[in-house]
Design a protein around this ligand. Sequence first.
Ligand SMILES: [Zn+2]
Ligand SMILES: [Zn+2]
Length: 763
Amino acid sequence: MKKAINIRIFGRIQGVGFRPFIYRIADKYSLNGWVLNTNQGVTLEAEGTEEALNSFSMDLRSELPAAARIDDFLTAEIPFRGFSDFRILPSMDISDEITEICPDIPVCEDCLRDIGQQERRKGYGLVNCAHCGPRFSIIKALPYDRANTSMDEFPMCPECKAEYEDILDRRFHAQPVACNACGPKYRLWVKGELVSDDMEIITSVASEVITGGGIIAIKGTGGFHLACNAFNPEAVSNLRLNKQRESKPFAVMFRDSWSLRKHAWVNEAEETALNSWSRPIVLLEQKQSSDDIKPLAKELNDGLGTIGVMLPYMPLHYLLFRKLHSDAIVLTSGNISDEPIITSNQEARASFPGIDAGIDHEREIVNRLDDSVTRVLLGKLRTYRRSRGFVPESICLNMDVDGILAFGAELVNCFGIGTKKSAILSQHIGDLKNQPTFDFYKESMSRFMDLFRVSPGLFVHDLHPEYLSTRYAKDLLTGHASAGILAVQHHHAHVASCMAEHGLDEPVIGIAMDGTGLGTDGHIWGSEFLVCDLNSFERLCHFDYLPLPGGDQAVKEPWRTAVAALHYAGIEKTGFSGLAGLGIVGEEKIRIIQEMLVNNFNCPLSSGAGRYFDAVSALLGLCLHAGYEGEAPMKLEAIADNSVKLEYRFTIGETIDFRNVFTMIMAELSAGKSPGYISACFHNTVISAIFETAIRISRERKIVKVVLSGGMFQNRIILEGLAPRMERAGLEMYIHEKVPPNDGGIALGQLAIASAWREKNER
Ligand SMILES: [Zn+2]
Ligand SMILES: [Zn+2]
């Protein structure tokens, strides 16, 4: 007795070989019927015995291609119609189908096996199939077929073409399909000379270089990496010189989970994240070194206690580890200090004259991508840098953002475009003040508009008139005469970004804690307690303003903010020589800053929470000069003694007054309390200040939804301290998951606010 079923599947199913996958399972169980793509997903009808249909449904879910994700799976029994075969039907609406581009996917198990066994792919480093391999990084235009990718230069050999055309083959319609005979090749360069394109030789030499303490450039999916032995302190220091990066932590790639566990604590959620198809960098708690395990070089992440790790994702990574004796290599973006990651072979050879060897490949990188950075906090994966493996997957919203172009912030830029009810956020762009990064921004923006066929009708930018993103919005407007333009306050955008992720549009308590953003009063904000919806906000409270001697210079030199914080607390003392932090700076420099403060000379006011962390970090001697964004707060978080539950007294009025906190810190430093103790007390104080202010606003305004955003909420102690207290008090806490809490998430908030504004003003 044969039956018929209709199945509708929703989720991430575009660009991952999903329909052929269904076809092959239908074939396996001799089912008849059809499958087709629709706007929202895939629909199919299948006919066969009840047993076969059950097995079919089971396999669909259990043997899913790695990058596919099923959000919804709806089955209904329908009348039997008696199809004679199983077919893939043309898509219902091609124009909608093409808006989906899959992020790049790590090599699959089957392809890894092919490298060892299949004659044409023995050692082939750029092997891929319909379930794995490059996607976004090689796409020039849509629709997604080979002619529109950087694989267009490599005509398929007859064997690859046969696989490509055989629906029962795993490489059916795999656009980048290639083999040793027809595909792009890896090449080894030593001192500017091409040495070999033989994979055996390439991996052997690379392994020798790394083992010998050298540095090697390796072309990856979205750009070049620089690699060296993660256990070799001199090699790591040398890598810093080549990158001109003094102190920012380096990411490490481990051979496998097993070797990783010797060096870092990994819980279940972290293990899942490390092995997920996005293969992000995951920040983990580093283990204390022990006698029987060789330690990682401390130059990797000096003073942080956390380490960014990832597992292999390209075939070359696996081939390299087969030859390497070391279990871990540094694998850091191949760029010079703040510039974008290098993608061109020529530029890579010119940019790093000091390194020992380079491996590139002939496949051009069209869209540049850094490795994404994530951390598991409160049991869930949080994204801090959203790039490879995530972009350009759209974020579904419950509002219409069609045709809105969001320009993002300036320092940690990412822009966004809206199509219908989806936000497509760009990959991490970086600091626009760097000219090559700004060029990358402009290029990517124009490519996104092309790819996703968006002709913007509304531009939305930050309130700060001097941000390069703001200026660019105004420049670009001249070419889009009919478009509107809207400025959005930075912290309102932060909160709106988190609201959009969670589908909130009612009034909420929004708490935005970060370093810098222009406020409506002309001062620098960054510890904001708002009551807001997507249309407007009210600022109810903030940390006291601190003067920043020298403005931006104080951000780079946290010791200046430390002196300012003492001035704020009424401590005008001299004689810091006994102190770890200011003692090193020297009396003369401190005196100049004190004079600036007394005369209020070039001391703009800032309520940035990051500045408070800077000040304490500098007072404890952890970070006097910041080598990278967030160094001082990260070092302060790292040393906190979690067993300390005490806190300092503060007062909440119109603002939150922390003067006593600095008085207490100075007293405890003099009394010889440890930095770990003081850091913990300070963190506990900030947690209480945030919590008590939230409670106060909640009672006043009868709002229980509390939305947190801003880079400070990347701090584990703060989040883990706040969550249980909020819950016990009946407050509902919302935090970011898919979008970074830092300025990388601003564009989503801008899109949401612009959508609400348009809704209100144009209808
Ligand atoms: Zn594969
Ligand atoms: Zn081939």
